[in-house]
Design a binder for this molecule. Structure first.
Ligand code: GDP
Length: 290
């Protein structure tokens, strides 16, 4: 268990437990308070924070530290295990032929993520192609094309076409020698019927192996509603959190993971095609608590 970068206040509280072999109720309350503070600051949904606090409190008081483990390490382990249980491992992404559909609101980072993921798959030895069906946002075609050129991956789009399903049909045909198809879709500035209907149509036609919901790390409390709407429309298998290079810690996205019973697939950490990381719980949890 590696939890580096813990926030100084949480670290301080934990350090007061150094040398203790048992935790008092006051010790546990103090640790739980610090954890709550960090998680709420990281935009984690308040209900999730409360649920998590209860399980941490119960376990910390009921379970004795294993022989040779200090109270500090014991409680830290419980915190970590409970967070891992909540967040889950990274979304399963076998390195084999597949079709992935990206959904999300406008500006969440879908187009950028599509090219990044294609780059990521190409580095794993696969032959990805991006199919750009966003006919709504002016500039999406050009941006997507340029990023795919930089990533040196196949790209299909049509700036003159209006029907996303027709673009998807032609795109999948034109790139049939690719083994991983990443289908980008258009967003809207907010959730609306048009977006959901369009997405359902594309999803119905493309029949992807996985649907990933792309969320801006700064999403905060809006994540739950978005996840519910996208989940009801097409199902969400995994979440991509973008813009983690900024100040937002992405804790809001946990509500989306919870709501759709999914996991996190990738993290976006910048604007270039290489700025993508496969999700890994340790680093993310450290960051949430940092
Ligand atoms: P879309 O409307 O969902 O396709 O969103 P875009 O892919 O166009 O992204 C919206 C803006 O966010 C663009 O200016 C991107 O360069 C930027 N962006 C996307 N992902 C990241 C990221 O991980 N970090 C940073 N700093 N910017 C990002």
């Amino acid at each position: 268990m590696v939890l580096d970068n813990l926030g100084s206040s949480l670290r301080g509280t934990l350090d007061t437990l150094q040398g203790k072999s048992r935790l008092s109720k006051e010790d546990v309350d103090e640790v739980v308070r610090e954890i709550q503070r960090s998680l709420l600051q990281a935009d984690v949904d308040v209900d999730i924070v409360m649920e998590l606090s209860d399980s941490i409190r119960t376990r910390a008081l009921e379970e004795d530290p294993p022989a040779g483990t200090s109270a500090r390490d014991h409680v830290l382990r419980i915190v970590y295990e409970e967070l891992v249980a909540l967040i889950g491992d990274s979304t399963d992404l076998p390195l084999e032929p597949q079709t992935i559909l990206l959904a999300g609101l406008q500006g969440s980072g879908k187009t950028t993520t599509a090219a990044k993921m294609a780059w990521w798959f190409s580095k794993k030895g696969l032959r990805p192609a991006v199919v750009q069906t966003d006919t709504f946002r002016p500039g999406a075609y050009e941006q997507s094309k340029q990023m795919c050129e930089r990533a040196e991956v196949q790209f299909y789009g049509d700036p003159d076409a209006e029907d996303p399903v027709e673009i998807a049909r032609r795109g999948l045909e034109a790139t049939e020698d690719a083994d991983v198809h990443i289908v980008d879709t258009s967003g809207r500035s907010g959730l609306n019927e048009e977006l959901i209907e369009e997405l359902k149509e594309i999803e119905g036609f493309v029949d992807p192996d996985r649907n990933l919901l792309v969320l801006d790390a700064a999403i905060g409390q809006g994540a739950k509603d978005q996840a519910q709407a996208f989940g009801d429309a097409v199902g969400v298998d995994g979440v991509v959190i973008t813009k983690l290079d900024g100040t937002a810690k992405g804790g809001g996205a946990l509500a989306a993971v919870n709501e759709t019973d999914s996991t996190i697939a990738f993290l976006g950490t910048g604007e270039t095609v290489q700025d993508i990381e496969r999700f890994e719980p340790n680093g993310f949890i450290s960051r949430l608590l940092g």
